[in-house]
Design a protein around this ligand. Structure first.
Ligand code: PXP
Length: 241
C-alpha cells in the first residue's frame, strides 16, 4: 500500500491570529513546523468572510513553505480569480455558507454540475489539480467522473460524529466510496473531524491517498506543541497502512 499523505490545515492558527487582528500566531510559521514534522502538504481555506487565512497568506504560504499548497475554495468567480493568480498546487472546491461554523457537508457536485464545469476547466487549464469535497455518495462520485476531476475528498464529518454501529456504517460508506472513485480513475482523499481517536480506520482504507486534518491538530498543539502532534499523527497514519 502506498504511503498515505498528510495535509495539515493551518486555518485555525489564522483564526487565533485574527482574534486580535495582529500577526501572531503566524500560519506560515505553523506550516514550516508542520513540514519539518512530517506533513506532506499544507491546506488552507480562503473563506468569503476571511475568518481564517487572508489573501496575503496565500502568497506567503506558497513562497515560504516547500510543501504543496492545497487551497480550499468556494466555487465563485472571486475565488477562481485568486486561485488563477496564485496557482497553488491543488484547489479543493468546497461548499460554503456564510453562517456555518465549519464546512458542514459535501459539495452537491451532481446538482451544480453546469456551474462547476467551466470553473474546473479553468483551474485545470492553469495546471491546478482540482478536487471536489463531496459526501461519500455514489451519486456525487458519478458527478465527479462526469466533471473529469482527478481527485475527490470525502467529507468524513458523519463518520467522525457518529458512534458504535452508526460509525461502522459511515466507515463502510467511506470505504465503498474510495473503492468506487479509484475504480473510476479518481484519487480519493478524506478529511474533516479526524483525530487520534478516529483516524486509524480511515487511514487503513487502501485507496485513500491523502488525509487533510486541521482543527484537532491545531487544538492539540496547544497542549503538546505542533511538531509532536503532527509527528504522532504521521506515525499513526503510517501504522494503519
Ligand atoms: N478538508 C476540507 C475540504 C475541509 O474543508 C476541512 C475543514 O473543514 C478539512 C479537510 C479539515 O477538517 P478539520 O479541521 O475538522 O480537521
Amino acid at each position: 500500500m502506498s504511503r498515505l499523505r498528510l495535509g495539515v490545515n493551518i486555518d485555525h492558527v489564522a483564526t487565533i491570529r485574527n482574534a486580535r487582528g495582529g500577526l501572531h500566531p503566524d500560519p506560515v510559521r505553523a506550516a514550516v513546523i508542520a513540514s519539518e514534522a512530517g506533513a506532506d502538504g499544507i491546506t488552507a481555506h480562503l473563506r468569503e468572510d476571511r475568518r481564517h487565512i487572508i489573501d496575503e497568506d496565500i502568497g506567503q504560504l506558497i513562497g515560504a513553505v516547500a510543501l504543496p499548497l492545497n487551497l480550499e475554495m468556494a466555487a465563485t468567480g472571486e475565488m477562481l480569480a485568486i486561485a488563477l493568480r496564485h496557482r497553488p498546487h491543488a484547489a479543493c472546491i468546497v461548499p460554503e455558507r456564510r453562517e456555518e461554523v465549519t464546512t458542514e457537508g459535501g459539495l452537491d457536485a451532481a446538482g451544480q454540475h453546469d456551474h462547476l464545469k467551466p470553473l474546473i476547466a479553468e483551474l485545470g487549464a492553469a495546471g491546478i489539480r482540482v478536487s471536489l469535497f463531496i459526501e461519500p455518495d455514489p451519486r456525487q462520485i458519478q458527478a465527479a467522473v462526469s466533471l473529469g476531476v482527478p481527485v475527490v475528498e470525502f467529507h468524513t464529518g458523519r463518520y467522525a460524529h457518529s458512534e458504535g454501529e452508526g460509525r461502522s456504517v459511515e466507515l463502510r460508506r467511506v470505504a465503498d466510496a474510495a473503492a468506487l472513485a479509484a475504480k473510476n480513475g479518481i484519487e480519493p482523499h478524506a478529511g474533516h473531524g479526524l483525530t487520534f481517536d478516529n483516524v486509524l480506520p480511515i487511514a487503513a482504507i487502501p485507496q485513500i491517498a491523502e488525509l487533510n486534518i486541521g482543527h484537532f491538530l491545531i487544538g492539540e498543539a496547544i497542549f503538546d506543541g505542533l511538531a509532536p502532534v503532527v509527528r504522532r499523527m504521521r506515525q499513526m497514519m503510517d501504522e494503519a497502512r
